[in-house]
Design a protein around this ligand. Structure first.
Ligand SMILES: *Cc1c(COP(=O)(O)O)cnc(C)c1O
Length: 390
């Protein structure tokens, strides 16, 4: 098996890219190199380039190769968290005085990073509706260096045309970054649509089992790669060997998981679309969703995330979130188990009172891989009791 396997199908790459068997023992699954340092043959005599674990570790390298193959990029970089990946990227490509354009429904932690950390460093930002290319264009200044987009977005599942955004960005000489956490490369591959850098919280669908925190970048540009690779080494927010192993293991089943996540979410969305207690279902797989047609062109399926706005307002939203039994009340997403989240006070609490605040009548579901009959029975019972209680 070639290391990058460029011409193989997605599921084959997910299982084999960067995951060659161990040549010493024949172990089908490559070992976890739980080692901080590597013996040298003589002073400066490195074996396969390995010296010290922050600079390189075979388990992490295997994951980086695997992730690059999935997104169709030349370079993959693995970090201790999604935000660590974002921090290394922005520190690598920005300098004080630069400006970033970010979506008005970006992940709260990304906004906080750009606003609080990079703001203090002298980087400014504008918050716009990224799905509206006119407002993106008018936010670009001579100092702008980066367009940062999430599609589908969190939690309102807005869809942005990646190819068009990349054109707008490139005509102004900007770096176009897509946070592909919600879709995963199984459903959407932004580099092939013209994006420059793909960001992941691998904590979510890539890891897929809610048992590891991690982040990644995938890109083609050698110059950006050199800068970010240096940040990864010099600032040191690398993923640990065990975390890299767990993520690689999760990635191997990504293709089948995303199929089932998407099927289950579609069924839940269709259930709520017919329910009088729900005002709006935010799911790109519904024809009523304003981004449905666009999503169908740039995504192969519509994913496992959906949000609901309740007719009965905040009270019903809170009661619903506290009434489900199979859907557990917790932050995060993308795992095998179904989760319910009340964004206004959980995932998006850090952006309360800002342009990114989420309405109080909205809940977000991460639809897991449980039997769909059990999931439907759970939400049916929960909305029944949420609407009834007073
Ligand atoms: C969770 C998340 C992040 C941050 O990742 P961490 O692994 O929690 O640091 C970034 N973007 C999106 C879309 C996320 O859901």
């Amino acid at each position: 098996m070639g290391k990058k396997m460029k011409n193989s199908g997605f599921a084959t790459r997910a299982i084999h890219a960067g995951q060659d068997f161990d040549p010493t023992t024949g172990a089908v699954i490559p070992p976890i190199y739980q080692s901080s340092t590597f013996v040298q043959t003589h002073v400066g005599g490195l074996r396969n380039g390995y010296e010290y674990g922050r600079g390189g570790n075979p388990t992490r390298d295997g994951l980086e190769t695997q992730l690059a193959a999935l997104e169709g990029g030349s370079h993959g970089l693995s970090f201790a968290s999604g935000l660590a990946a974002e921090d290394a990227l922005l520190r690598g490509i920005l300098k004080p005085g630069d400006h970033v354009v970010i979506g008005n429904d970006a992940y709260g932690g990304t906004y906080r990073l750009i606003n609080k950390i990079f703001g203090a460093w002298g980087v400014t930002h504008s918050v716009v509706d990224m799905s509206n290319l006119r407002s993106v264009q008018s936010a670009i200044t001579p100092e702008t260096r980066v367009l940062w987009v999430e599609t589908p977005s969190n939690p309102l599942m807005k869809i942005t045309d990646i190819a068009e955004l990349a054109e707008v960005g490139h005509s102004a000489g900007l770096i176009v970054v897509v946070d592909n956490t919600f879709a995963s490369p199984a459903l959407q591959q932004p580099l092939s649509l013209g994006a420059d850098v793909v960001v992941h919280s691998t904590t979510k669908y890539l890891g897929g089992h809610s048992d590891v925190i991690g982040g990644a970048l995938v890109l083609n540009d050698d110059e950006i790669h050199d800068k970010v690779r240096f940040m990864q080494f010099a600032a040191g927010a690398v993923s640990a060997p065990m975390d890299a192993f767990l993520t690689s293991r999760g990635v191997k089943t990504l293709d089948v998981r995303m199929q089932r996540h998407s099927e289950n979410a579609q069924a839940i969305a269709e259930y709520f679309a017919e329910h009088a207690g729900v005002d709006t279902v935010y799911y790109p797989g519904l024809e009523s969703h304003p981004g449905h047609a666009l999503a169908a062109t740039q995504m192969s399926r519509f994913g496992g995330m959906l949000s609901l706005a309740f007719t009965g307002g905040e009270r019903v939203a809170r009661r619903f979130a506290e009434s489900t039994r199979v859907f557990q009340l917790a932050e995060s997403l993308g795992g095998i188990e179904s989760l319910v989240n009340y964004p206004a006070e959980m995932t998006h609490a850090s952006v309360a009172g800002t342009e990114l605040a989420v309405p109080a009548n909205v809940i977000r579901l991460s639809v897991g891989l449980e039997s769909i009959d059990d999931l439907l029975a759970d939400v049916d019972r929960a909305i029944g009791s949420a609407v009834k209680k007073r």
